[in-house]
Design a protein around this ligand. Structure first.
Ligand SMILES: C[S@@+](CC[C@H](N)C(=O)[O-])C[C@H]1O[C@@H](n2cnc3c(N)ncnc32)[C@H](O)[C@@H]1O
Length: 248
């Protein structure tokens, strides 16, 4: 594993790195877009991992002093909650081969970015929806959006699309209507995703994290599934990521 990722929660908490090594593209000559720059660590990793790619980092923040400066990197100030900004951003990037969405993790923002991102990706391109567990009904960010009502999110729709694609026969109108039942994806959106998506790989951590995200400890109460500091180690809405490949 790259030393740039070893200190990231993608590695020690979520355990995404082995899954990404299997499902990320091996080489990129076109463009990469990442939503969510934070301290710039994943941009640093992308710079070393894809030496021939042009990289775009999108964040609600203006450029921060710690973000890496490189001729191959451009930063764009975008609010994922503003659909027109997201649409304009992705349409203005040529040869988009990889999108990593690791921004606000707000369920509605995840859906907005997925819809526009999938349309803008090149055929055969890769879309990574990191931390999609925030769109799980047991997660606080899902509850913030939907309260105690049932929502439709990128997680429920992508799991539905994966189920229908796996069956290897066209989805019926009734199945599409059932998936489109909600506020994030219309019938046209679901039909479009079904036409665009070639494959969906889903990861959910099923083992203990390597160390605690809050206190760094490895002293775990294995029977209670808790760290000694009280953090829940095996919550049902935690450590999920999805890699979507667009059809060629
Ligand atoms: C999880 S961090 C990104 C981590 C980074 N990808 C990495 O792996 O090092 C989330 C980032 O999303 C940004 N963010 C939060 N809300 C946003 C929004 N509405 N639109 C765009 N970016 C947002 C935050 O400013 C923060 O930098």
């Amino acid at each position: 594993m790259s030393p740039l990722l070893a200190t990231s929660d993608k590695s020690f908490w979520h355990g995404y790195t082995g899954f990404y090594a299997r499902h990320f593209p091996k080489e990129i000559k076109g463009s990469i877009l990442e939503f969510g720059v934070f301290k710039g660590n994943s941009i640093r990793w992308l710079l070393t991992e894809f030496p021939n790619a042009t990289i775009f980092g999108a964040d609600i923040l203006p450029v921060q002093p710690e973000w890496p400066i490189d001729a191959r990197v451009t930063y764009i100030e975008v609010d994922q909650g503003h659909e027109a900004q997201v649409a304009e951003l992705v349409q203005n990037i040529d040869h988009l081969e990889l999108i990593i969405e690791d921004g606000s993790h707000v369920p509605l923002h995840q859906s907005t970015c997925l819809k526009h991102g999938m349309s803008a990706l090149m055929p055969g391109g890769t879309y990574v929806l990191e931390d999609i567990h925030t769109s799980h009904p047991a997660h606080s960010q899902y509850k913030d959006e939907f309260g105690n009502t049932l929502g439709q999110t990128s997680l429920s729709v992508l799991l539905g699309v994966e189920h229908l694609l796996r069956r290897n026969q066209p989805a019926t109108t009734r199945e599409i209507d059932a998936l489109a039942n909600g506020s994030h994806f219309s019938v046209a959106d679901v039909s479009q995703l079904l036409a665009q998506i070639g494959s969906i790989e889903v990861y959910k951590r099923t083992t203990m994290p390597s160390s605690c995200w809050r206190c760094g400890s490895t002293a775990f109460d294995y029977h209670r599934f808790k760290c000694e500091c009280g953090v829940d180690l095996m919550h049902e809405a935690d450590s999920m990521t999805i890699v979507v490949k667009k059809r060629r």
